[in-house]
Design a protein. Structure first.
Lengths: 353, 353
DNA sequence: TTGAAAGCGCTAACAA
DNA sequence: TTGTTAGCGCTTTCAA
């Protein structure tokens, strides 16, 4: 009853041309008279016909769908990161005539992705995070499905894009150290994630850097001050906890740190940082006077907190967009850069003053 | 190079049967000899062939995709609700052989949904929220796309499913009133959302109810107490703020309420409640001693807070699953109930003690 | 510049 | 019980 059921054949018939002509007019491929072309396009516009993408896809062995792989784990999935990323991807895909199909996977179960691949429902895939031992990546490679990974991976064959977490964490840590804070601690989540490892390295590099500088300074001083510098090094040795999951663990860690052995706690995401702030508050430890805090992502999770929290901000929507753009280029047969690093923004706030 | 490119024709040929036979063996439709059937299925299993769903779809005018419509607004999209919902939907869909295609829409721009519909990429749609003036609903109706709405709407033609927010809010409010709290306030977000209206009504009904009871009690007393009861009524008149968006507004509201005119603030979602707790903390108002607080959703947003917050918990994954189940039944041509109300769980916690 | 015809991989009458 | 034959709506050689 709608124009909906109109086909390329109907148009051809009423216009007295062949289906081929109509097809050509729309795609712009192949020679076609400017006149007839206009005639067809006008008709199409007037009756707002839109072609059946499924049929088109069948003929071209394309689907005009891209798959987006999301974590299906309970707590992880809630992070605002994935939603923002989805926005970027879906906008970019939409602008290019693609739709986004989702597959929610866990470390153990990637059946949704496997199904989408086996059913040939997608032309390519965007992974929204990477694991050290990534079943999704294996699946995609085995089936020759083009994909790009948001996040980093050691596998050089993988087209990957991410914010520069290593540098971000190094700069953040460095800035805090520059402010005169000596004793830092780092708390992070899943150690299987490559970001976690990257941030850890950034953190450690900054700490080591500062130690080196002090050593230099120490040496200069040492000529008059003897062993004083020796102790400074030790103090810069920074404790790290990974695979931290719930508030119980955080409580315990904060308990251990609160004895004055540490001056600033860097958390690897806003959820963890929230738990840290919470634990501190419970112990009546004032931020930033008695303990400083810094975090990653700068999401709404911390927005509603008492003190503005020093944080790294990533433009996640842009990340999603760029990732999608990369995938599109791959689908178009272009060669693309294997590794893209996006920037970040350091937001120094009251929590580390 | 993979078995991937195998078609029903190849199988038919190597097995010396017709394509129809293979098709029948797989679908179970039409008569077919138990023997040949087994032969075909065995072959398929052995070579792990999986049929081309696109081609199948074209032949049946089906896509085996359902659309999921998500809010593309910035702050809203971050709510954990949608992620959980997505999990439920995608699990159920997957189990039934469907994939999930996403469309992110805003109040002004539903172009992604329109595209998916125009391109016939989806067999049906699940809306994850409803607006009073809903462009998505209009679009779906106009194009005869089957859909179910998560959330409520006045439109009786729409198949809708939701948790019973009205009762939930009424019970929550009632419980708090029963505890002897007199003066309540309600803070909510977008007044355009039907849930907002429902919760408001629940709140007001509970307040009115309690007033009525007091009136009854008041009358009994009145014989000896004169005008005392008169005042009690006035105190139960509860202030309501809707369309509250950011921390600035919340700060202002809490400032007004903190003069002792109100004993408990009910927030319509965890984000708002977080802002309220924040504002209270800033003013050194102790929860629950000086001000009680209650919220909706019981999400991780509040999990990392000092005090456990009284809240309504909804099983959102279940909601998504059920919604998807409903849609599947509609797609199968079944008649389904127009309105499904799911339960909730009242979690009374320290914040209202 | 245009059109006819053969597919894309599958389903579904209709025969056999 | 099985096979034949048309399609589904579009693209794409290959001729004209």
């Amino acid at each position: 009853m709608e124009e909906k059921k109109m086909t390329i054949g109907d148009i051809a018939q009423t216009l007295g041309v062949s289906k081929t002509t109509v097809s050509r007019a729309m795609s712009g491929k192949g020679r076609i008279g400017e006149e007839t072309r206009k005639k067809v396009l006008d008709y199409i516009a007037e009756h707002n016909y839109s072609p059946n993408v499924i049929a088109k896809g069948l003929a071209q062995s394309k689907t005009y769908n891209i798959g987006m792989v999301l974590p299906g784990d309970y707590n992880v999935a809630e992070l605002p990161f994935f939603q923002k990323c989805m926005l970027g991807i879906s906008r970019e895909a939409s602008a290019r005539g693609y739709d986004v199909l989702i597959s929610m996977v866990t470390k153990e179960d990637i059946s949704q992705l496997e199904r989408a691949v086996a059913n040939r429902k997608i032309d390519g895939v965007i992974l929204t995070r990477t694991l050290t031992e990534d079943a999704s990546i294996r699946c995609l490679k085995e089936n020759d499905v083009p994909f790009v990974a948001i996040g980093s991976t050691a596998d050089d064959e993988v087209v990957q894009i991410d914010n520069d977490h290593l540098r971000a964490c190094r700069e953040l840590t460095g800035k805090i150290l520059e402010q005169g804070v000596r004793k830092l601690a780092l708390i992070g989540g899943d150690g299987n994630l490559i970001v976690t490892a990257d941030r850890l390295r950034g953190f450690q590099e900054a700490v080591a850097d500062s130690r080196k500088k002090e050593k230099g300074a120490g040496k200069a001083e040492a000529e008059g001050a003897g062993k004083a510098s020796e102790k400074a090094h030790v103090e810069t040795e920074a404790p790290v906890w990974l695979n931290v999951e719930d508030s119980r663990e955080v409580e315990e860690i904060v308990g251990q740190l609160a004895d004055g052995s540490v001056e600033c706690i860097v958390s690897m995401d806003d959820y963890l940082c929230g738990l840290v702030l919470n634990a501190l508050q419970r112990r009546q430890i004032a931020v930033p006077e008695q303990m400083k805090a810094a975090s990653f992502y700068d999401s709404t999770l911390l927005e509603s907190r008492m003190i503005p929290v020093t944080s790294i901000r990533f433009d996640v929507e842009e990340l999603g967009k760029k990732a999608c753009g990369l995938l599109m280029r791959i689908l178009d047969g272009e060669e693309v850069e294997r590794r893209t690093l996006l920037g970040y923004e350091l937001c120094m706030r009251r929590s580390t003053q």
